[in-house]
Design a protein around this ligand. Sequence first.
Ligand SMILES: *Cc1c(COP(=O)(O)O)cnc(C)c1O
Length: 502
Amino acid sequence: MMYNSTTDKSVSVSAAQAIAQGISSDGGLFVPCEIPSYSLDDIKELASLDYCGRAKKILADYLDDFTQSEIDECVAKAYTAEKFGGSNPAPVVFCENGGVNMNILELWHGPTCAFKDMALQILPHLLTKSLKKTSNGKKAVILVATSGDTGKAALEGFKDVDGTQIIVFYPVDGVSPMQKHQMNTQLGGNVNVCAIKGNFDDAQTGVKEIFTTDYIIDKLKSGNMLFSSANSINWGRLLPQIVYYFSAYCDIANSGRIKLGEQVNVCVPTGNFGNILASYYAMKMGLPVKKFICASNSNNVLTDFINTGVYDKNRSFYTTVSPSMDILVSSNLERLLYHLSDNDDKAVSEWMTALKSGGRYEVGDEVKNRVSKLFFGGFCNDGETKKTINNMFSESSYLCDTHTAVAVNVYQNYVKSTGDNTETIVVSTASPYKFSRSVLEAVCEGEALPENEFDMVEQLNKVTSRPVPAPLAALKDRQVRFNNVIAANEMPEYVLKSLGIN
Ligand SMILES: *Cc1c(COP(=O)(O)O)cnc(C)c1O
């Protein structure tokens, strides 16, 4: 199966090349030129397998230049019971709140307690195999600029993976104390972490410059290395996310809550549009999904787009209690527009150019109608998010994080406004302990809180009796390994030194 670029469909590359390259040279994103089709019998067969079995089948149908044993090896290394705390890395928990039923898909049982582990635990293995096929197994150097969650998830994913080296830059005052501690105590022989004097944009700009600086690229070449990316637009990050939608559907069917073939809705707390797009691919493959409910926080650019067909990032940016969704440019929307415009690469190219130059584009009536037929957009503010956490815990004994609470809130409003009672998969993207401060504030309304992050974790545990995930509990006693703080213009030198080629 070949992959085309969203902005030039004459570009056609293999799966390994799409993953190794990350982004197409014309600036577009890689999309599969055809989507595998699953019958009800195929889904029935998936339902008889465990999570790894389901993943092996689905990945193989998209990565036809990989052997089945290569795929099996990637899956087996990624989703171990040790890393995900059990044999099902993506369990579904049934919950009823405010008269609304929800099948909560928990995607945060991995090593960093957020859903990015689902993709970043397997991407390094897919990437090293892709590089073997396309670049004679040169060592892959992964550079990441992070505002928190992605950096840690990438570090855990690439830690001690043969043939890779990873360097993460973060803004010195731009991440939470817990996130900083998570990164600075990172284990592994092939990892480096460094703080930048500046904000996230400075770190991101620095990384982008290094990627395209000739003398650095030459030095890497002579060291038999090349730059590669773990970016969320890489097809190798999107593909593993399709698996858990099939898996959740199978688990719900196996539990008897739905019959095989019956339709479900999905509701996803959305930022970069990767997670919800994976559910769209699942539907295109044959998963019976009726409605995609796209939940945003106060940065509600997607809500407006779904309702009006106008994407406009010229608006206030809000820092919210669900920081991983504080995004005004949702990169993966580009892939949906390509599919919904019947592969109109010229139109997608024009929209993306307009977005870059003026921060705005408007799709035509045809695409707009298709979007609003499939998607429902809703949002809620921080006050409503915290109220939802409080209600879920006090009335339904379910403790959720701030991002999940946005999805729950938007879903409950969806049911109220539409009366649609179709069984729904509500996606839960982080452990409540990852955002202890906000969750504590929501649960213990008005009470005094401790200052220190670890004391907050302890108090949340005392108040709720929910177990602290082992990876977060273990952090407290970890030694700090990285405490470099450098100016942004020192980043190239830091990279070369870390790689031993300065
Ligand atoms: C990244 C992230 C999201 C947003 O997911 P997208 O795929 O970018 O839409 C939501 N919640 C959490 C906790 C995240 O880390």
